[in-house]
Write a protein that binds this ligand. Structure first.
Ligand SMILES: *[C@@H]1O[C@H](CO)[C@@H](O)[C@H](O)[C@H]1NC(C)=O
Ligand SMILES: *[C@@H]1O[C@H](CO)[C@@H](O)[C@H](O)[C@H]1NC(C)=O
Length: 777
């Protein structure tokens, strides 16, 4: 199928998918205090590209441009710099580079390898101004190893680190042997998979036999030691698929395998891999729309080969109208192994078409591990039978997640034991726009629920590095301008049992005794007093079930509105009531005395616009409906200037109305706070009246003059407010408390006991504004 056909399909297929695409349930903006992060940044250090945990997981090593840093992490929530090594390129190297480099700023030392060599040393490599270089870090002194002349010991390291910081790179250390996949030359058209450094013979891919296409781009590498077989190293990359004879070039994603015990050939394939095999990885939606470009890979359960799974993030070569789409696919190790044990492909010399090889296969199979030495015939066979005929399909034949307008760049995995004892897989997906999506896999790992989106970096900065530390429950993010430490969760943003359960965050559960959403206890002996439902996220069967009912009414399942407000307004003025959007999965609706408001307008953002009249006074509520459960998001009272507006209450039977509305009897204790609320509002109304009267009296003349022209929004008041004041304003100097701008014209009332909406709105900032604390990153 030619690519232009694919791109036509793309639109159709993805339009089809649109309804099913999961969205993050809540999103935190940068600097939101509900998702506090620690940041290390220093103006003289940039490109925090490589992260590595010490073996005891107490220290974090960071490879930044021209620097290697060490942070103590004993105290979670505190990034303490404990070691610092400067490792810059030499002046003559920089000068030499400047004559060749394309861009300013490339002639520096970008760290590309930062790995444990042995118990006492790290191995570090950098691009070193287009002259790749490696050295050792002594962990006892946290300094570079020196030679006899007391100079830094450094080796040229072609094939270990790329020349160009833009080129992709992957590497893994196995018993002192370094396995790398990267570009082997300055121009960037000769990729290589190389083993070097240790006592085993150095081996590489053959550049002339076409084992790797010249544009190969690496996404990850892993060492896996199954108990019953030899160790194997897997490389993930994408390259032009030569086996597809389309008009356009088609990119394909691959997994390649080499064996740890490979020692190369004697005469044939000398110093080359004798076990190099590769297979195609498929990440398609509905068999036809291909996410064919692999970006990054993470691994789960490496210690248990039967359950080892690779999770990859994929983009598509064909993007619709410049918008980015991406997918996550998982691949079982045993499916990958089955492909490597299947048929080979071979290229017909005359037609140059690739077909399945159907001839005899010697035993032990060419390319298999632990086979000892292969015969020269077998090695000659390996030279052009390195591509497998079978493709590796994703587990369950489908992507786990598809996003049409998000481009994922990185992935990190965690496993969490939930309250039920079930283990849930959680994916952390970095985007090209500086955010991370936290996703839990439900329904036996086949469905994705995006718990939250955390915006960490400015919009134009992709997430380049993710490292998960599951014991301390921290995610580390390396970026151009800093290092970020992000707690995996903050259960206390979920204020009520309903919110805690709807979140479906396997790290969090509702504690009945404390009436709080908290981290799941590791010991499960008191399982009865905790509530959680990751599979369904259903508050009706948890919080609102008899078990979820707290012995003290109003304690556990009470769901106070996020925002409560009082509005006093003159007749014919316009009032806007905002409904805080806690969850993007909920639908929101307004009620006026429990009925759908008739004539009022609801804006696209969910704001209710009320023209104040005698029959529009009174109680307004914004209800959220999510996953079969309703909860109150906001409650307002509109009254006129004389305090009228509560009188309708008598004709309003709240409880019967509730029962019809949602069939969920969780408002039973509504009255508990309703009485004090009424008392407070009456008091407030009285105070306001007094205030109004005094104000009117003392400024009668000014008001007379001004009210002919305008109300609140005099140019002075706009200046005072420092932000927009709405156009439609009442004609008498009173403001709408449902909006944030109230100060200028309400100044006379300050201190008079006015109920302040700001103070009453409980600040669960789901899509919150908040200070830009992270702005220096
Ligand atoms: C968690 O959220 C609560 C409520 O928004 C906030 O007060 C608290 O500081 C947050 N904690 C962290 C560690 O982010
Ligand atoms: C680790 O490797 C370094 C560099 O090769 C070497 O100097 C050191 O002795 C090694 N340490 C151990 C404990 O093997």
């Amino acid at each position: 199928m030619p690519p232009w056909v694919v791109s036509q399909w793309l639109v159709l297929v993805l339009l089809n998918y649109a309804g099913a695409e999961p969205v993050p349930r809540i999103a935190f903006q940068r600097g939101d205090p509900s998702r506090s992060i620690n940041i290390f940044s220093r103006s003289d250090i940039q490109h925090y590209d490589r992260l590595l945990l010490s073996e005891d997981r107490e220290t974090l090593y960071v490879g930044a441009r021209d620097n290697i840093l060490a942070f103590n992490m004993k105290d979670p929530g505190n990034l303490r710099l404990t070691g610092e090594i400067s490792w810059a390129s030499k002046r003559d190297q920089i000068e030499n580079c400047k004559s060749k480099a394309r861009k300013e700023g490339e002639c520096l030392n970008f760290i590309r390898i930062l790995l444990h060599l042995n118990a006492t040393h790290l191995y570090v490599c950098g691009t070193n101004a287009f002259c790749p270089n490696c050295t050792y870090v002594d962990l006892n002194t946290f300094s570079l190893l020196l030679n006899h002349q007391n100079e830094t010991l450094a080796f040229e390291s072609k094939g270990q680190s790329p020349f160009d910081p833009e080129h992709t790179h992957t590497g893994v250390m196995v018993d002192g042997e370094l396995y790398t996949g990267t570009m082997n030359n300055f121009r960037g058209n000769e990729p290589i998979i190389l083993r070097s450094l240790g006592p085993l013979p150095p081996l590489k891919t053959d550049a002339s036999l076409g084992w790797l296409h010249s544009d190969a781009s690496f996404a990850g590498s892993f060492y896996i030691q199954a108990p019953d077989s030899a160790g194997k190293v897997y490389f993930f990359f994408e390259e032009t698929g030569k086996e597809f004879d389309f008009f356009d070039k088609v990119m394909v994603s691959r997994v390649a395998r080499v064996c740890k015990d490979d020692v190369g050939g004697d005469k044939v394939l000398q110093k080359k891999w004798t076990t190099f095999l590769k297979a195609q990885l498929v990440c398609n939606y509905k068999q036809n729309f291909p996410f064919n470009v692999i970006r990054h890979v993470a691994l789960l359960n490496p210690e248990d080969p039967q359950n080892t799974v690779f999770y990859g993030v994929f983009n598509s070569q064909w993007q619709v109208g410049g918008s980015s789409s991406s997918a996550v696919c998982s691949f079982r190790l045993r499916d990958i192994e089955a492909a490597f044990n299947g048929n080979y492909k071979e290229q017909n010399k005359e037609s140059s078409k690739w077909t399945r090889y159907t001839g005899p296969v010697s035993s032990p199979r060419p390319g298999s591990c632990s086979a000892g030495k292969f015969s020269d015939t077998d090695l000659n066979f390996m030279k052009d039978h390195f591509l497998m005929d079978d493709k590796v399909l994703p587990a369950d034949r489908q992507p786990l997640l598809i996003q049409q307008s998000v481009s994922y760049t990185r992935i990190a995995m965690d496993s969490v034991v939930a309250l039920s004892g079930e283990t849930y897989t959680v994916m952390y997906l970095g985007t090209d726009r500086g955010s991370v999506h936290k996703v839990v896999l439900v329904n036996k790992g086949t469905e994705s629920h995006i718990i939250e989106e955390i915006n960490l970096l400015p919009n134009d900065e992709p997430i380049e590095t993710l490292l998960l530390e599951s014991t301390k429950k921290m995610l580390y993010v390396g970026s151009r301008d800093g290092l970020l430490q992000v707690p995996l969760t903050n259960c206390s943003v979920y204020r009520t049992c309903i919110e805690c359960v709807l979140a479906r965050d396997p790290y969090c559960a509702w504690s009945l005794p404390s009436g709080q959403c908290q981290g799941v206890p590791s010991a499960q002996e008191n399982g009865e007093t905790w509530l959680q439902d990751i599979e369904e996220g259903n508050p009706n069967t948890t919080c609102l079930s008899p078990r979820g009912r707290s012995p003290r009414p109003g304690h556990s399942t009470d769901n106070p509105p996020t925002r409560v407000g009082n509005v006093s307004a003159a007749y014919n003025s316009i009032v806007e009531l905002q409904c805080p959007r806690l969850s993007s999965l909920a639908t929101y609706s307004w009620k006026h005395w429990g009925q759908s408001p008739e004539k009022q307008v609801v804006t696209s953002a969910g704001t209710l616009v009320v023209t104040v009249k005698r029959d529009t006074l009174g109680q307004y509520e914004c209800w959220a409906n999510e996953n079969g459960s309703q909860f109150l998001a906001a409650q307002y009272w509109i009254r006129d200037l004389s305090g009228v507006g509560i009188s309708h209450k008598d004709s309003y039977n709240r409880d019967s109305n509730m029962a019809i509305e949602n069939g969920v009897p969780f408002s039973s204790n509504e009255q508990d706070y309703y009485k004090p609320f009424v008392a407070v509002t009456v008091l407030l109304a009285l105070t306001l009246c007094g205030c109004v009267f005094l104000a009117l009296y003392s400024w009668r003349d000014q008001i007379k003059a001004k009210s002919k022209i305008q109300g609140c929004s005099t140019p002075e008041s706009e200046k005072l407010a420092g932000s927009k004041v709405q156009e439609k304003t009442p004609l008498n100097g009173f403001c709408q408390y449902g909006r944030e701008i109230t100060k200028p014209c309400c100044v006379p009332c300050r201190g008079g006991g006015k109920m302040d909406v700001d103070n009453n709105s409980i600040n669960l900032t789901a899509n919150g504004a908040a200070a830009d604390a992270a702005s220096d990153v």
